[in-house]
Each structure stands twice: as C-alpha cells, then as structure tokens.
Design a protein around this ligand. Structure first.
Ligand SMILES: [Zn+2]
Length: 217
C-alpha cells in the first residue's frame, strides 16, 4: 500500500479537485501532468478499495467494507466522522442506499432524514462543545460534490475558526426576482405532484435551463 502523509494527502486532494473541474476528456492528460507516480499508485489503490463498495466510497462505508468511525447507524442511514475534518467533530450523514443527490431521496427517507439531522447535529454540537453548527449539502459537481452519493456535512463551528463559506451577493433586477419567484412557486407544485405516491420524481425536473435576462448564467 502506498502511504502518504497528511500533508501529501492534502496536496493530492487539491490536485484531484483541480482535475475534477476539467471536462472528462481532459482529465487523464492533466492527471499525467500533475500527479507523481506515488500519487497515481495511491489513487489506484483507493479505487480498488472503492470497488469493494460497488464503485462508491460511501456505499463501501455503508456496507462496512471500508472502515470508518461510525457515530450512528440504522437500516437506512449511517453517520461517521470525516477523515479530513474541517473542525474537530465534523460528521457525515448519508443514506445507506446509493442515492446520488438530495432530489432523488424518497419521501420515506426524507422525513426520517430531517429528524436525524436535528438529533445528530445536536449531538455533534454538544460533543464538540461548539458555538455553532454549519450543515452543508452539495448536489452536483458545480456545487462541489466530489462523490456521487448524497451526504450532509455536519460541521461544528467556533468563533474565528478557519472554515470559509463565502456567499457572494449577486445583483438581480426586480423583474428577474419576480420571474424566479414565479418559476420556483410553479416548480414546487410540480415537484409535490411528481413525488405523490406512484409518481416519479424525475417528472419534476425543470424542462428548460434557467436563463438570466441581460446577464450570463
Ligand atoms: Zn454510493
């Protein structure tokens, strides 16, 4: 097994993130350029481990094939400590089933999830003696999701900690705001109808991409 120090792992993570931003056809070339032979070897071994989880690291963890520090587990969900915590106590909560993004979560699990999020975030808050909690959930590569298995990050927060979640202010014209209000109201209704018993959630997917008037997307 290739062994990397924590520093080396962080450096590798940054490189992998840079590669993941590229279109798939450019990724192999960039990997050759950026990664050392040792890093390539390490990634291959990691992929082999993930293979035991059906190609997904969170499935591997849920099936107990990848060792991790579990803090909660039932038939549907598992919560475990992040190996690279943003702050001490950083915990992941994921469905055991391979559900790629939140919108694919069935109603039966969605209700349970909100109760677990409340309970586990309270447990993490107390255990870390935290001053706050950030709950972060990313859907899609553009949102920073790196593993296609939905997960909630439960991150204890402290005054002056190094976690940066920087939300820019985007100026929108009043007419654009009204348009978004209208579209979202309509889509909520569509989604409610599409997630009713017997319906398929895919039906609720907006059929055309959202465009901004007078601005690039
Ligand atoms: Zn999975």
């Amino acid at each position: 097994m290739a062994q990397l120090s924590e520093e080396q792992l962080k450096a590798l993570n940054l490189k992998v993130q840079e590669i993941a931003k590229l279109p798939p056809e450019e990724q192999a070339e960039k990997a050759q350029e950026l990664l050392t032979p040792e890093e390539m070897e390490f990634l291959k071994e990691q992929q082999a481990i993930r293979g035991q989880g059906g190609g997904c690291v969170f499935c591997g963890i849920a099936q107990g094939k990848i060792p991790t520090k579990v803090v909660y587990e039932d038939n549907d969900f598992i919560a475990f400590l992040s190996k690279d915590p943003a702050n001490p106590g950083h915990t992941f909560l994921a469905p055991k089933e391979h559900i790629p993004i939140l919108v694919k979560l069935p109603d039966a699990l969605a209700g349970k999830l909100s109760i677990l999020l409340r309970n586990i975030s309270a447990a993490v808050f107390d255990a870390a003696n935290a001053q706050g909690i950030t709950i972060l959930q990313q859907n899609g590569q553009a949102a920073g999701q790196t593993i296609p298995h939905m997960v909630f990050n439960i991150i204890p927060r402290f005054d002056g900690d190094k976690v940066v979640i920087d939300l820019p202010n985007t100026d929108l014209k009043e007419e654009d705001m009204l348009e978004f209000q209208k579209r979202i109201i309509e889509n909520v209704k569509k989604f409610e109808a599409a997630t009713a018993p017997g319906a398929k959630p895919e039906d609720a997917k907006p059929k055309k991409p959202i465009k901004f008037r007078g601005r690039g997307p």
